[in-house]
Design a binder for this molecule. Structure first.
Ligand code: AMP
Length: 433
């Protein structure tokens, strides 16, 4: 089978690495990929994975490439091409592609849509309102005493959510989005949710239009600094599984969210084939969904795929074909920890082009994989080229050992201004002990 993977981050490196292990795979491209992805080899043929310089948003370019190379399956990593309708375009041209179509991708591309969907179908969520005018939005925020999350409707590079603790903050957030147009058209409407207290976890479910197969739990660390300080980021590290939700409660949570979600999709004629990734807060009144994403999380993918025992080609193929019901997901009992190494200054401005050393040495450590995100090749060395640079991932019999192994690998890697959290998984380990 010939596969094209779209995207260039740590998530896509993890997808490529896992897909490359499949006995079904004969050739693989990644558009545009990164310096780590181009070092991967297809296990069966020993042939290298080929990176092609087509951006993830260049839909006509990607289509022409897939047609020319007679790609059997295209795998979409990031949210943007999904929201732009890449799945619909490929399908119209008779090509197999994995990911939700444009209508189904609305769960991520429109917070107004997904909030309304949750309310229509009884999915446990936060008390919320949808607004396009500042005056009514402020009135609603006042009813919550200013303790709320103000969310731009559309995709805003992960920056469209402003969490507020006071009325002054809420007024400012509402004005910024609705009046100041901080997120342009993506902020023409907003959703305001009550602020929910509790542990935040990520769930992932692989779907085929009628079945949803739940993954184990994982947890991201969104803030830039240790102890959950600093600015919100794309994610500074993950681990799986979490001790905050045992298997019985995970199954119960999955049932309470996925059963009404699947029924709602059926009723609204939404054919969702891909990953549904709800963000959940475990409140004292039970789990509440605060958002839906419609693709693999980054860096959740790095810990999930280092624990997944199935052939990923077979899983994604079944997700496209609608035959997931016949497959059982198998997970290693090992725990996995991913520590993100970022450029100094991230999530604000940062320098690029810093030489990275120690990658080979770190990559030779047992049960460790260095996933690349923002890296590029310059002459004969690998340099930084983005905010999140590497996802250093290790797996071991328990979280504590996996965490120690990941940080041992981090210690071997150097680049100017490298920034990372030293407490990925720490809260979970404290709870386990
Ligand atoms: P989202 O992109 O909607 O997940 O929001 C980004 C981050 O804002 C989440 O990861 C949460 O930490 C926080 N957040 C969003 N909505 C809420 C809410 N209703 N209550 C508390 N925190 C929230």
């Amino acid at each position: 089978m010939k596969i094209l993977v779209i995207g260039s981050g740590g998530r896509e490196h993890a997808l490529v690495w896992k897909l490359a292990q499949s006995p079904q795979l004969t050739r693989m491209w990644c558009a545009p990929g990164n310096a780590g992805i181009e070092q991967e080899k297809i296990q069966k043929t020993e042939k290298p994975v080929e990176c092609v310089p087509i951006s993830a948003e260049n839909l006509p370019g990607l289509l022409a490439f897939a047609q020319e190379k007679k790609v059997d399956l295209t795998v979409v990593g990031p949210d943007n091409p999904l929201a732009l309708g890449i799945v619909d375009l490929f399908q119209k041209n008779g090509l197999r592609i994995w990911g939700p179509n444009q209508k189904a991708a609305q769960f991520e591309s429109s917070k107004v849509f997904s909030q309304g969907f949750m309310e229509r179908h009884g999915i446990p969520t936060a008390r919320a309102g949808t607004f396009d005018g500042a005056a009514s939005a402020k009135k609603f925020a006042e009813s919550l005493d200013g303790k709320c999350a103000v969310k731009a409707d559309g995709l805003a590079l992960g920056k469209g959510v402003l969490v507020c603790g006071t009325m002054a903050e809420a007024n400012k957030a509402i004005d910024e989005i609705l009046v100041g147009k901080a997120f342009g058209a993506a902020g023409a409407k907003i959703v305001i949710q009550e602020f929910l207290e509790g542990v935040e976890i990520s769930l992932h479910a692989l779907c085929d239009g009628k079945t949803a197969k739940l993954f184990p739990t994982s947890q991201d660390h969104k803030r830039a600094l240790d102890g959950d300080g600093g600015l919100n980021t794309g994610g500074m590290g993950t681990y799986s599984p979490t001790p905050f939700l045992d298997q019985a409660r995970l199954n119960e949570t999955g049932r309470r969210i996925l059963a009404p979600w699947l029924k709602g999709c059926m009723e609204e004629d939404i054919d969702f084939r891909g990953i549904l990734y709800p963000g959940i807060i475990l409140t004292k009144n039970g789990p509440r969904v605060i958002e839906f994403n419609a693709r693999f999380g980054d860096p959740e993918t790095q810990v999930y795929l280092t624990r997944l025992e199935n052939d990923l080609v077979e899983l994604l193929d079944a997700s496209v074909s609608g035959t997931l019901g016949r497959i059982e997901l198998k997970w290693s009992p090992m725990a996995s920890v991913c520590v993100v190494m970022a450029s100094g200054g991230y999530p604000g401005s940062y320098a690029k082009g810093k030489a990275i050393s120690g990658l080979d040495e770190a990559g030779k450590l047992p049960n460790t994989k260095i996933f690349h995100a923002g890296t590029a090749r310059a002459a004969n060395q690998i340099v930084t080229s983005g905010g999140r640079v590497l996802g250093v991932t290790s797996w071991a019999k328990d979280l504590k050992s996996a965490q120690a192994a990941a940080y041992a690998a981090v210690e071997k890697i150097r680049f100017g201004g490298a920034q990372f959290r030293r407490d990925i998984g720490a809260k979970a380990i404290r709870k386990e002990i």
